[in-house]
Design a protein around this ligand. Structure first.
Ligand SMILES: Cc1ncc(COP(=O)(O)O)c(C=O)c1O
Length: 396
């Protein structure tokens, strides 16, 4: 099959030399970093080694500020809306902690929201007596918006939480529609965009949310231990802040008072891994140079080809859900244990991951499966690699 792309795949693959000796399909887990990302991290660590961490920061503070500018440009926000986070979970937990939950407050969410988010809701239920309400899915697994509107009218939720791309079903939720309804109804909206930023154009000018959590290591191709939180102007102006703020997020004015700083940085801690922060900045810059529309269009071709051809392999079941799908495809083969499938693929230099039932109990129990193997290509992959992957899956 010939593909049609504006991407310079030869250059991209040269920039990712470690994709050449293997079939790397674990971008929904952690992608391979492009060379400029690694170079930036090393460069900064050498500065820390030479001058010590504090002086290295002073010497590089202008470039560090660029991180906020790059993130803001990526999601169409302004730099003051952005906080660095150590992971999507770190960002999400800080956002949740900023909401002043009272007993019987309702969180409206979906059955497909990420495992950690679901457990954090359960934790809030145990501690504060909040109520978790899940919207129904339509037949094909999308959000049932009739039910969504009904629950909003009935329950007046304190917070709406939706995961843009859940971790294991290929589903892309219509979060623009969620945001329109939340805006119309004046509801707070927390968006988990961990798997979508880097894969799709994600703009907070279009998806109007109050908080958005993102990780660095997946489709953005940054280093592990990085991410960010977007905080809306409305939240900043209302004086929203994470429950456990530190001396960088607020100024201790008197024995009994502190004063919040104005920017979203009040959601980050003073101590940050600046080498990694700069690595993520570089990853975003790299991706921007390729263009997210080009990435999405090429990825669509890879995934259409993968989906069409995996369906022809005997004894393979796939578990896509929803009317719009993405770069995540999950499968099982006969009754083979998923760990054994993953290990067998690894022996053939195929890198992928598995999702066990515990990463999505509602979804897995509904489908009646214990787990799946997850394949998640990205734009440095080729159709030839997909063909080789399909042959390996066929041989398992
Ligand atoms: C949809 C989704 N949300 C959140 C997370 C958590 O991300 P992190 O590990 O960066 O905290 C993941 C991780 O796989 C995810 O898939």
């Amino acid at each position: 099959m010939l593909y049609n792309t504006n991407l310079n795949l030869d250059q991209i693959r040269k920039d990712t030399p470690n994709c050449l000796d293997k079939l790397y399909f674990n971008n929904a887990g952690a992608s391979l970093m492009p060379k400029p990302v690694m170079a930036k991290i090393q460069e900064y660590l050498i500065e820390e080694e030479k001058y010590g961490g504090y002086a290295a920061f002073d010497r590089n503070s202008a470039e560090i500020q660029q991180f906020y500018n790059e993130v803001a440009e990526l999601i169409e926000a302004t730099p003051h809306n952005i906080a660095f986070a150590h992971s999507a979970t770190d960002a999400y937990a800080k956002a949740l902690s900023a909401i002043d939950f009272q007993k019987d407050d309702v969180i409206l969410t979906t059955a497909d929201d990420y495992v950690t988010n679901q457990m954090q809701f359960l934790s809030l239920q145990k501690r504060f007596g909040i109520v978790i309400q899940k919207v129904r899915n339509t037949e094909n697994g999308d959000i049932d918006f009739e039910d969504f509107e009904r629950l909003i009218a009935l329950k007046r939720p304190k917070l709406v939480c939706v995961t843009h791309i859940p971790t294991n079903s290929g589903l892309v939720q219509d979060v623009e529609k969620v945001s329109e309804i939340c805006e119309r109804e004046g509801l707070l909206f927390l968006l988990d965009a961990c798997q979508s930023v880097g894969q799709l154009p994600v703009s907070v000018a279009k998806i109007k949310c109050d908080f958005m959590s993102v990780t660095g290591r997946k489709f953005l191709r940054g280093p592990r231990g990085t991410g960010f939180l977007y905080i809306s102007d409305r939240m900043l102006e209302q004086g929203s802040y994470p429950l456990f703020i530190d001396g960088a997020g607020a100024i201790w004015r008197s024995e009994d008072t502190f004063e919040l700083i104005e920017q979203g940085k009040r959601f980050q801690y003073w101590e940050l891994p600046y080498a990694l922060l700069l690595g993520l900045k570089e990853a975003i810059r790299y991706q921007k140079s390729l263009g997210i529309e080009n990435i999405q269009s090429y990825n669509d071709q890879l995934m259409t080809y993968l989906r069409k051809n995996i369906a022809t392999i005997p004894n393979v079941a796939t578990f896509d859900q929803g009317s719009v799908t993405c770069n995540i495809l999950t499968f099982t083969k006969e009754e083979k244990p998923i760990l054994a499938l993953k290990e067998e693929l690894l022996k053939r230099d195929v890198y992928c991951s598995i999702s066990a039932r515990e990463s999505g109990v509602i979804d897995f129990d509904k489908k009646g499966i214990k787990g799946v193997v997850r394949i998640s290509p990205h734009y440095f992959n080729t159709i030839d690699e997909i063909d080789r992957l399909l042959n390996h899956i066929n041989d398992l």
